[in-house]
Design a protein around this ligand. Structure first.
Ligand SMILES: Cc1ncc(COP(=O)(O)O)c(C=O)c1O
Length: 348
């Protein structure tokens, strides 16, 4: 019996069978023909989702989506030798850009990628790119790559590293609905690779897909010793029955900028007597599943309540009260926090 085939297998079969031997690959005769075709594609899109991109290869900001490309011989493309980070733009301010930029450069150093520019220039490019995009609400994503040069493994032939960034229009808002999660069966990355934000996100993608296939939002990674780690692109946090905020240790996972900020803000709830305290801990699956409240924490959420895990309710199975108070703390910081956290975008 024939094994079940993926949708993409079937699509490529259809292309071959449907056109038979007459199928001939088009050869573009000129770059203007190609660009025309790309413009045709983008002109059918209602709203351009990427208002601006920066590329150190081009040496400037690109506003034409058809030209937002990176070279195929860039080692980030074919070897995964690149790191990235994201900051959000909210109400015309860049939130926590400096913290994200610091993590970005730490990741680059762990991946042995040297930046083509000093930190101050990278920061200035990101601010100018945000201004050129005219985007008031969205995400700013950026990459450092060992650069283009050849298709070998060693980056020795890459004469200069590359910096790319793009602004993405995104109408995110504070998450208020609870979601379901499952325990991931996809092995998590080793600490060395989980702690740097490199572009090798295949385990993360498969873990997210596994959750979606099972009707859940995302998966929870458990480390080899049986302790809770993180989600595929988010940190995870718990409230126990003593009203303590519990966070897994950061030694094997990505140090999330959002959860780190939450740790700075949490004293407000402690002072009001709403929370008893906060600590990092090794949490077993049993302890974690027995928590009163559970949540994901990450840049655009900023807190996403979790109400069900492996079909078992967390606490009373409803969105946790303290979860929402933590969410409000972060959201207020994002929309009206101190100037150190929010950099105004100098739109022209
Ligand atoms: C694996 C992983 N863990 C945690 C996070 C949360 O980090 P942040 O709060 O900086 O978005 C992310 C997102 O960048 C991630 O990719």
């Amino acid at each position: 019996m024939e094994k079940s085939r993926s949708a993409s297998d079937q699509k490529s079969d259809a292309l071959e069978v449907g056109n038979g031997s007459e199928f001939k690959v088009h050869v573009f005769s000129s770059s203007s023909e190609l660009i025309e075709k790309l413009h045709e594609k983008w002109s059918s899109v209602k709203k351009q989702p990427y208002p601006a991109m920066y590329s150190s290869i081009f040496g400037g900001i690109i506003l034409d989506p058809a030209m937002m490309v990176i070279p195929i011989d860039d080692h980030m493309v074919h070897r995964g030798h690149g790191v990235f980070d994201t900051a959000i733009i909210l109400d015309g301010y860049l939130y926590e850009l400096d913290v994200h930029l610091d993590r970005f450069l730490r990741s680059a150093s762990k991946a042995k990628i040297s930046s083509p520019f000093p930190r101050s220039a990278l920061r200035s490019i990101l601010v100018q790119l945000s201004a050129a995009s005219q985007c008031k609400k969205g995400t700013l994503r950026y990459w450092l790559s060992t650069g283009p040069g050849d298709f070998l493994l060693s980056p020795a032939g890459c004469s200069t590293s590359a910096f790319y960034a793009v602004v993405i229009d995104d109408d995110f808002c504070q998450c208020k609905e609870g979601v379901k999660v499952i325990t991931s069966t996809i092995p998590m990355k080793s600490a060395q690779f989980a702690r740097m934000k490199n572009v090798n996100y295949l385990p993360n993608v498969l873990s997210k897909m596994e959750a979606e296939e099972k009707g859940a939002y995302a998966s929870i990674w458990v480390d080899e010793e049986g302790y809770i780690a993180e989600g595929p692109n988010v940190n995870v946090a718990f409230i126990n029955h003593d009203k303590e905020l519990l966070l897994p240790f950061f030694d094997k996972i990505l140090s999330g900028c959002t959860v780190k900020r939450l740790m700075e803000l949490v004293h407000k709830l402690v002072e009001q007597g709403r929370l008893r305290g906060m600590r990092t801990a090794n949490l077993t699956v049993e302890e974690a599943k027995g928590a009163a409240e559970m949540m994901f924490v990450g840049s655009t959420l900023p807190v996403l309540p979790i109400i069900m895990w492996d079909e078992q309710p967390i606490g009373n199975g409803k969105v946790g009260e303290l979860t929402m108070e933590l969410s409000n703390l972060l959201w207020e910081d994002m929309v009206a926090g101190p100037e150190t956290q929010r950099i105004p975008v100098p739109y022209v």
